[in-house]
Design a protein. Structure first.
Length: 428
């Protein structure tokens, strides 16, 4: 096609509202935008003047999918600012809780947002009729993930027992043993998930880019660490703004970011490319089954990388529970601050990528805050993927081109509402 106009209002099966606008004239790509049209939400401003203990509870409301991730990054920022050192038990419980959220979100994306495109249906609703075993498996896996979060942080969405320095609620040993048994049993569902994805034909599209993720010693990192890039270099969390470099673009209510190239990617595929050698052996075997080996540069394979992380998080959750059972769960008071004034950055690898929270606290009250959301970091990369993809598929029908673009956006699993933060934050 030498002339093409695509105007999708709004992209379906993503969180939030975004438009795809493409204009090709005489074979020349004139416009190719992913327009974010949500209203800015100003969570950073809501935090100003609030006691530091409120921060994790408020920011967990930024997202109904990554509530644990926002709470965790928020707590780590507060703890860095106030000199709080969590106990080994708190650290293990937070890691276990985090795995529950990763599992829940990845299963949602793989089965209910991505799979319908590859199985020839418009949504998960008709999929429940055409492939009920697939949908039941997804629901079973999501139920386990939700129960895991609820056992650790009091409820599945918007945690209530996570607090600065620790927890206010602790799971019983019996609950942990029950969850461990269910996680072991879920290995069969993990294997079936890998088998399902291995049978799908992902679009053959590649575009090399910079991949950014947290890195930490010998673990497949989800909390803390340093910022690592596939293009080389590592940065301390306090230097996150040297990596993110946010800019405002005219067609979006969400900012774009760039680092060593015009864009970079965060999320499961970035984590896989950077931390592949830290995966659990069963997860590495799953990656081999799916034909994944770093460096993977096909963005449609984000779902495959998520499936590998599902296997990893399941296995690591079992190991974490074993550690907790061996230690024995004890009720402990949260670690106390050593000061009430300070500045700190917390970071976590939430399902969609690296999340940063940055707080300035004076006399126990938050006076400045900044949140850098994964989807915001991915938006420029999605657009550049779209601009590289369109010229290669102009021989297809407009319907097929539109579907390919929608599938590309969905591949990133964008959380658009989270990404609309337009507040200009200055620390003085």
């Amino acid at each position: 096609m030498t002339t093409l106009k695509v105007d999708v209002h709004h992209v379906t099966r993503v969180e939030g509202h975004g438009n795809i606008v493409v204009d090709v004239q005489n074979g020349v790509l004139k416009q190719c935008d992913l327009q974010i049209v949500e209203t800015p939400r100003f969570f950073e401003a809501m935090l100003r003047g609030r006691p530091y203990l409120d921060a994790s509870h408020l920011t967990s409301r930024i997202c109904g999918i990554c509530a644990v991730g926002h709470a965790t990054a928020s707590l780590r920022a507060t703890e860095q600012a106030l000199g709080v050192t969590p106990s080994p038990q708190t650290t293990l419980l937070r890691k276990l809780n985090f795995h529950g959220e990763i599992l829940d979100s990845h299963i949602l994306h793989i089965y209910m947002l991505v799979a319908p495109d590859y199985l020839g249906v418009g949504s998960v609703i008709p999929l429940a009729q055409s492939a009920p075993d697939v949908v039941l498996r997804a629901l079973r896996m999501k139920q386990l993930a939700g129960d895991l979060c609820a056992a650790i942080c009091g409820r599945h969405t918007h945690p209530i027992s996570m607090t600065v320095g620790g927890f206010t609620h602790f799971p019983s040993l019996e609950t942990l043993r029950e969850l461990r048994a269910r996680l072991v049993a879920s290995r069969a569902d993990c294997d079936a998930t890998i088998e399902l994805l291995a049978g799908l034909e992902f679009p053959r599209f590649e575009r090399d880019t910079e991949y950014v993720a947290l890195h930490k010693g010998e673990e497949y990192c989800f909390i803390d660490g340093v910022i690592d890039s596939s293009d080389g270099g590592r940065w301390d969390l306090e230097d996150y703004r040297l990596v993110t470099n946010e800019t405002i673009v005219p067609h979006s209510s969400a900012k774009h970011t760039r680092h060593q190239r015009d864009s970079y990617m965060v999320g499961a595929l970035a984590r896989f490319n950077i931390n592949h050698d830290k995966l659990h052996p069963r997860a590495r075997a799953a990656a081999e089954t799916l034909g994944l080996a770093p460096k993977v540069i096909n963005p449609y394979l984000i779902a495959a990388a998520q499936a590998v992380e599902v296997v990893h998080c399941t296995e690591d959750a079992i190991q974490l529970i074993d550690q907790l059972l061996e230690m024995g769960i004890r009720h402990e008071e949260p670690a106390a601050p050593t000061r009430l004034t300070g500045e700190g950055v917390g970071a976590a690898e939430v399902p969609r990528g690296t999340l940063f929270h940055h707080y300035q606290i004076e006399d126990g009250a938050i006076v400045g805050a900044n949140c850098i959301i994964p989807t915001g970091q991915n938006l420029a990369n999605i657009e550049l993927d779209m601009r590289a993809l369109v010229p290669t598929i102009l021989d297809r029908s407009q319907e097929d081109i539109t579907l390919a673009l929608e599938m590309l956006v969905r591949a990133y699993d964008p959380c658009i509402s989270c990404s609309t933060h337009m507040l200009n934050v200055r620390f003085v």
